[in-house]
Design a protein around this ligand. Structure first.
Ligand SMILES: [Zn+2]
Length: 169
């Protein structure tokens, strides 16, 4: 220090050299630019972080909606819903979608897929059988000829099939 002002970075000196925070005009300019650059980088980093949080939230919502639908469909299967084939198809579709996500049920999904594939023929036959039985119990809703057909189907096709399948499961 003394008579001259001296930039602490580039050592430029002069009586009339104006210093800002110990730096000459040029060095201060560089410092400001660097500062601005860092700020922009931080801003971008923060935006990326926020995007990731948002993506994760969306994925979680998606997974939760899949799980909810999966449970509804499973309930329909248990209740042997009249549109069982559609229900099973959608259930399988949902399980596959869940299998593609990174959700915590991952391990169980494979088990559930195997289970439904194994039980599907049995569930379908059981459903059709119940439909036939319902028709027999409500003859006013169907033709007499189809009733006779139903009894024959039940005896010759469905009952033996069900017995066979029940032994397998
Ligand atoms: Zn300087």
């Amino acid at each position: 220090m003394g008579l001259f002002n001296q930039c602490s970075k580039c050592d430029k000196k002069g009586i009339f050299l104006k210093l800002i925070d110990g730096l000459c005009k040029d060095c201060n300019h560089v410092k400001q630019n660097e500062f601005e650059e860092k700020r922009k980088i931080e801003e971008i980093k923060e935006q990326i972080r926020l995007n990731e949080v948002e993506e994760k939230r969306k994925l979680k919502d998606y997974e939760e909606s899949l799980i909810k639908r999966k449970n509804e469909l499973y309930g329909d299967i248990e209740r042997n819903a009249h549109n069982i084939k559609e229900v099973i198809d959608e259930y399988k579709d949902i399980l596959n979608k869940l299998g593609e996500t990174s959700c915590s049920e991952d391990e169980n999904i494979k088990i559930l897929i195997d289970e439904i594939n194994e039980k599907e023929p049995y569930i379908l036959i059981l459903n059709e059988m119940q439909h036939l039985i319902w028709q027999l119990n409500n003859p006013e809703y169907c033709l007499p000829s189809s009733l006779v057909e139903n009894v024959e189907k039940l005896e010759s096709i469905y009952l033996p099939k069900i017995k066979e399948m029940e032994q397998k499961i």
